[in-house]
Design a protein around this ligand. Sequence first.
Ligand code: ATP
Length: 235
Amino acid sequence: MLEVSNLSVRYGRHLALENAALNVAKGEIVVVLGSNGAGKSTLIKGMAGLVRTEPGAKITLEGTSLHKMPAHRIVDAGLALVPEGRHLFSTLTVNENLMLGAFLPRTRARAEESMERVFAVFPKLKQRLTQIAGTMSGGEQQMVAIGRAMMTCPRLLLLDEPSLGLSPLLTSELFRALPSIATTGTSVLLVEQNSHQSLAIADRGYLIEKGTITGEGTAQELLASEEVQKAYLGM
Ligand code: ATP
């Protein structure tokens, strides 16, 4: 359902992403693993229309070309980004943050139904609707950020390092919820440094190093690969 090829991003003279190619099928969870500065955020921002991409890129979501579309139209086409650092409105309540996700005309009418889908994935949020988002724990805030993206009724959720700043326990609580998003037909593409926990829930993965995708495989293949064990699993 998502097809990306020839995606390159340049910051001035620095080529931060070179000819990236990947695909995600409907209902799949795919992880892109890379260390600090490998180009993970750049890859995600390139797909979401948040950085200028080099000519020749192909980004299609269920047959619709997203390349060169403005970011808000990309969201309307069904691609929702949960940015690194969450970017919640910290003085607003959980309910207000979630409702801000339903800003598109096509999603506003379905807000109640979408909110139920968010509660099915993160039951905790139902009791916290009136809590000020800034007073929540890091893990809870990440749930709100993912919930807000779910309110846009996406076909594909892009998650930029959702485990950042979370303890292993909170990360595993968060990651355990991701398969229930995928089983509703929304695909998930996450970029992560946290290989153990992300490969545990992913169907497939890609490796990115210095702006280039250097490998791919099923989660089992990557877990078993010597290269991945050395570079990402600390074995
Ligand atoms: P991290 O895990 O540390 O967030 P990352 O894999 O997401 O890293 P990117 O943020 O995509 O990496 O950065 C890739 C490279 O591009 C890095 O060398 C970074 O310094 C550079 N870079 C990122 N954003 C900019 C920018 N706005 N201007 C110039 N260089 C940038």
